[in-house]
Design a protein around this ligand. Sequence first.
Ligand SMILES: NC(=O)c1ccc[n+]([C@@H]2O[C@H](COP(=O)([O-])OP(=O)(O)OC[C@H]3O[C@@H](n4cnc5c(N)ncnc54)[C@H](O)[C@@H]3O)[C@@H](O)[C@H]2O)c1
Length: 442
Amino acid sequence: MKTQSIYQGLVDGNEKLALVGLGYVGFPAAVEFAKYVKVIGFDISEKRINAYKNGIDITGEAKENLKDTTVEFTSDPTKLKNARFIIAAVPTPSKEDETPDLTFLENASEMIGKNLAAGSIVVFESTVYPGVTENVCVPLIEQASGLKCGMDWKIGYSPERISPGDEIHRFPSIRKIVSGMDRETAAEIQKVYNLAVKAGTHLVSDIKTAEAVKLIENSQRDINIAFMNEIAKICDKLNIDTNEVITGMNTKWNALGFKPGLVGGHCIGVDSYYLMEIAKKLGCSTPIVSGARRVNEGMGGYIADIAVREMEAIRKNIKKAAVVILGITFKENCTDIRNSKVIDLVNRLKFYHIEPVIADDRADSKDVEEMYGIKLVPFDRLPPADCIIAAVGHNEYRAISTERLLGMFKPCLQNSEKVLIDVKSIYSADELHASGIRFWRL
Ligand SMILES: NC(=O)c1ccc[n+]([C@@H]2O[C@H](COP(=O)([O-])OP(=O)(O)OC[C@H]3O[C@@H](n4cnc5c(N)ncnc54)[C@H](O)[C@@H]3O)[C@@H](O)[C@H]2O)c1
């Protein structure tokens, strides 16, 4: 099978590229590619497709006016028959027992297979452990299409590195790892990605290597954040400020710059489990990766325990305390609520019979209620608090002045009775200490 013509066909406007799965990864990629080639944007969610058709970006990741994009949005899988370059970016979450859930990927592979035109290239972007693309996706596509991989169509893998809410590192400005089943396919895939990824691409020698790059770069972050979380717990016992310790440490040339925090979301909080799965299959133990996961999984509960400790230091009956939590998305400045570790914080507070009130105007309140059974309160309707936990560092929370912050507590309280837990260290410690407030940060 000759694949060289696909890139040229795309550039000449004779061929189409399709994105399968238009979420945080697939949607901005579709919009970006559409600036250079003809793009079909397919998703099984009609709700998402209708939103995009109406110019609503539910991911918040494509900065363009959607009305101007030429992406052909569809929930009809047969439209994929018109594409010769198919990129799949469907979810790869973990199951309740923390093992990889490949169901979305398997379903997408079958669906791509059923609608695959001979002579196409299929590239997976979903995060998986090494071997999944070739051993799970390829057989399913072959079976559904009746077409042989390597003969009738080709396969590649290119992991995505975007981080929702990051204004600087975006699809076109992040160097992309690319790989293909053979040199010719890899070169073709690289040329196609180079059209839209202005930061360029980094070709690795095979698909398994590309799959490993993604898992390991994220596990590396998981491990380092876990280390900082462990340090934060020690600093708390020493009664010293973790932030000041880390700032001091970071003046050394070889410091890594990690900070403590809640590790949730669809990537870092999940990918280590994928790495642990392949290691287990290979008979390798992963004490560092699994230890880091345990530390990070415990941080929501730890922060709740600290909030309770701080409240108990000034009042007896904490059950009646009005606890306000700022933020529920898994990280700052994004809308994504999946695998948010704020939920662990909420659940541990409930264990103490505290019903916190949570605000996050960035999150879709219906989705939050559906996913977690939590009714969000708009920020401007938050009740006066005994304790505020600033859990997520959204820009709008960072912008709250010390004076305004102090005004968010119950008016009857002395400053010394107001408890502020600043999980992401977004407020001025000097100003807050000077105010006399009871202030703790991770
Ligand atoms: N979100 C991130 O920051 C990020 C970053 C890098 C990599 N990744 C990886 O990229 C992949 C996609 O993640 P995401 O955050 O974009 O997920 P997402 O849930 O935001 O989007 C996935 C989309 O795929 C659709 N979908 C599911 N099954 C489908 C099918 N069979 N056919 C077509 N569409 C289907 C869903 O309706 C959804 O719109 C995952 O493997 C994830 O680990 C995510």
